[in-house]
Design a binder for this molecule. Structure first.
Ligand code: DLL
Length: 429
C-alpha cells in the first residue's frame, strides 16, 4: 500500500513543491538563526540568489560541528516553548547532538514513518514489536508513532532481555519486528536455541546497515516468507523516516517532499550527477524546529531517479556503502567494513557475526578478523578449518586487494549487540 499521494508525484510536481518549501524554510532560517545568517553572509549568498533547485549548491553546508558549536538549541528556528520533544544522539566524545520537534514536526515525523512502514508491507493487521532501545535514540519512538498511526498494535518492548522479548512475541502473536539488523539476528538465534517458532512476517530494520547476505540470514532464521526491508534516517534530519525500502528491494525511497537529497564528492564538496557515488547531503524543507540546510550526513550512497515498479516515483538511495568516517585506510587501501561483511557472509560455513581489529605493528598496518563458525562440527577437523581460513583470505584479497589475518572462533562466542553493532576496533587511533 502507498500511504501518501506525495510518493507518486511527477518529477516536475515534486521539484515545484520542493522549491516552494525550500524558499519558505530558507527565509525563516535566515531571519531566525544568527549562525546561519552569518554562514550565508560569509559565503556571499542571499535568500534571493536561490532561484531554482540547482541553486541549492550555492548554500553552505551544515556539519555536525555546527550543531556542537551551537549546543544545545542554537540552530533551532522555533522557540523552546514550542518544542514538544527533545532527543539527542550520543556522541562518543563530548556533548551529544540535540534535536527537537514542535507539534507539527511530530505530525510530520509520524507521517514519514507511516509511509516507510507501509513500504515494508506493514498494515493495521500487524502486531508490531519494537525492539529498539526507548530513550534518547530516535529509532524506537519514531517507529512507535508511525506504526500506531497506521493502526498496527504496537508492543514497546525496547531492547535487551531477549528471552522475555521472545515470550512477548510468542504470546502476543507479533507479526512485525522493528530492530537493528544485528539485534534481529540475535533474537532469531536465541529463539532457535529456545526451540520457539516465531510468527514474524515483516521485519522493519534500520539504524545500521543490512547487507544482502545479512538479509539472507534473516530468511534462514525467521522463514522465507518474511518481508525483510531496511529503512534509513538520522537524528539530526528527523530520526527514522527519511527513506525506506519498498518490497521491490531496489533501494530506499526518500521522502523527497520533506528532504532534498544531494550527492557530493566528500573531498571537494562538488555536487555529483545522479547515479554517482558519494556523500549524502540532505536539506530539510518542512521541519519547524530544526530544518537543517545541506546537512552532511557522512553516509556514502548513490541516488536513482527512475520510477520504481512499486508505483512510487520518489528518488531511491542505494544501501549505504558505509560512512565516510568509518572507512579504514589499511596499508593505503580504502576499506569499508561493509565490504568485508559482504565477503564473509557469502561463505556458508561461517555465521553472521564478526569483529575487525586494526592495529599497527612495526610501522605496518595489520587487520585481524575474528569470524564465527556457523556450526561446531568443523572444530573437529584441522584440515577443514585450514581450508576455510584459506578461502576467507582468498575471497577478501580478491575483493579488497588486501591480506588479513583470520581467527576462526566457535559458534556464539563473539559479542552480541542489542542496539547498533560495533564491529570495528582501530587501535591506531
Ligand atoms: O539511526 C535513525 C534511525 C533509527 C533510522 C532507526 C532508521 C531506523 P542516528 O542514531 O542519528 O539515527 O544514526 C544515524 O545511522 O547516519 C547512518 O550512518 C546509520 N544508519 C541509519 N540507518 C541506516 C541504514 C538513526 N538503513 C546514522 N543503513 C546514519 C545504514 C544506517 N546505516
Amino acid at each position: 500500500m502507498i500511504w501518501a499521494k506525495e510518493e507518486t508525484l511527477t518529477r516536475q510536481e515534486m521539484s515545484d513543491l520542493q522549491f516552494n518549501r525550500l524558499k519558505e524554510t530558507l527565509n525563516r532560517i535566515y531571519e531566525k538563526v544568527p549562525a546561519y545568517r552569518e554562514k550565508m553572509n560569509q559565503a556571499g549568498v542571499a535568500c534571493e540568489d536561490i532561484k531554482d533547485l540547482d541553486d541549492l549548491a550555492k548554500l553552505p553546508f551544515t556539519m555536525k560541528q555546527d550543531l556542537r558549536d551551537n549546543y544545545p538549541f542554537g540552530l533551532f528556528t522555533a522557540p523552546k516553548k514550542d518544542l514538544v520533544r527533545i532527543h539527542a544522539s550520543s556522541g562518543t566524545t563530548g556533548k551529544p547532538t540535540v534535536v527537537g520537534y514542535t507539534k507539527n514536526d511530530m505530525d510530520l515525523w509520524t507521517e514519514c514513518v507511516s509511509r516507510i512502514a507501509c513500504m515494508g508491507g506493514a498494515s493495521s493487521d500487524d502486531v508490531a514489536q519494537i525492539s529498539f532501545g526507548y530513550g534518547m535514540f530516535t529509532g524506537a519512538l519514531g517507529l512507535h508513532y508511525g506504526l500506531e498511526n497506521i493502526g498496527a498494535s504496537v508492543v514497546p518492548a525496547s531492547s535487551g532481555n531477549t528471552q522475555k522479548q521472545i515470550m512477548y512475541m510468542e504470546d502476543f502473536e507479533a507479526t512485525l519486528l522493528v530492530a537493528t539488523p544485528s539485534y534481529a539476528l540475535h533474537i532469531g538465534e536465541i529463539a532457535k536455541e529456545m526451540g520457539k517458532k516465531l510468527n514474524i512476517k515483516i521485519g522493519l530494520f534500520g539504524g545500521e546497515g543490512m547487507t544482502e547476505p545479512m538479509r539472507e540470514e534473516m530468511y534462514k532464521l525467521f522463514g522465507r516468507e518474511m518481508k525483510v526491508t531496511q529503512n534509513y534516517g538520522m537524528s539530526e534530519l528527523i530520526g527514522p523516516g527519511v527513506s525506506g525500502e519498498c518490497l521491490e528491494l531496489c533501494g530506499m525511497h526518500i521522502n523527497e517532499d520533506h528532504f532534498i537529497p544531494e550527492i557530493i564528492n566528500p573531498d571537494t564538496g562538488e555536487v555529483l550527477a545522479a547515479g554517482e557515488k558519494g556523500e549524502l547531503v540532505v536539506t530539510c524543507i518542512t521541519k519547524e524546529a530544526l530544518p537543517l540546510i545541506r546537512y552532511r550526513t557522512g553516509d556514502i550512497t548513490r541516488l536513482f531517479y527512475e520510477p520504481c515498479k512499486c508505483g512510487r516515483t520518489t528518488v531511491r538511495m542505494e544501501n549505504l556503502s558505509g560512512r565516510s568516517d568509518d572507512m579504514l585506510i589499511i596499508r593505503g587501501v580504502n576499506v569499508f567494513p561493509s565490504q568485508i561483511e559482504e565477503v564473509l557472509l557469502k561463505i556458508p560455513q561461517i555465521g553472521a557475526h564478526y569483529e575487525i581489529l586494526v592495529d599497527r605493528k612495526n610501522h605496518m598496518d595489520t587487520m585481524e578478523i575474528s569470524v564465527e563458525l556457523a556450526d561446531e562440527s568443523l572444530l573437529d577437523s584441522y584440515a577443514k578449518l585450514g581450508e576455510l581460513e584459506k578461502k576467507i583470505k582468498f575471497d577478501l584479497r580478491t575483493v579488497l586487494g588486501l591480506d588479513a589475518m583470520i581467527k576462526l572462533v566457535g559458534p556464539r562466542s563473539l559479542k552480541r549487540f542489542e542496539g547498533k553493532a560495533r564491529r570495528v576496533t582501530d587501535l591506531r587511533k
